[in-house]
Ligand binder design. Sequence first.
Ligand code: ADP
Ligand code: MG
Length: 138
Amino acid sequence: MERTLSIIKPDAVANGHIGNIIKRFESNGLKIVAMKMIFMTKNEAQGFYAVHKDRPFFDSLTDFMSSGPAIPMVLEGGNAIAKNRELMGATDPKEAAEGTIRRDFAVDKEKNAVHGSDSPESAAFEIGYFFNSLEILG
Ligand code: ADP
Ligand code: MG
């Protein structure tokens, strides 16, 4: 069993895709073991995406992530990190495979519906960024 951090991003919350995205996880063997709705400050978004601080899209990305409510959740299952990345699809919805979350629900390469941890190390940091151990109900 493995855990990963997912976020339903502000575009997907605003566009009414929460239920459809959660359905993808639950239908594909990923169990939600923690979840909350938050409205990040710019500073909180910058802290979450600190690994990207030198990228040209950092300022725009953190503006977007602090533009409205988002839903971080912890997903648990076999190979949860890779499984979630597969369900998400490529960063740019135009390049995402058919049937993926981003292909079906993202707006564009920035407003791309969901976040997913990309390694065990990032999952550990990202889960801890939003949840303490008492909030994760395995
Ligand atoms: P992923 O979310 O697929 O792991 P990255 O970690 O490379 O992608 O980037 C983090 C987030 O930054 C992306 O999900 C997207 O919201 C945004 N982003 C990435 N590349 C770009 C870009 N070229 N232009 C605008 N936003 C981008
Ligand atoms: Mg990433």
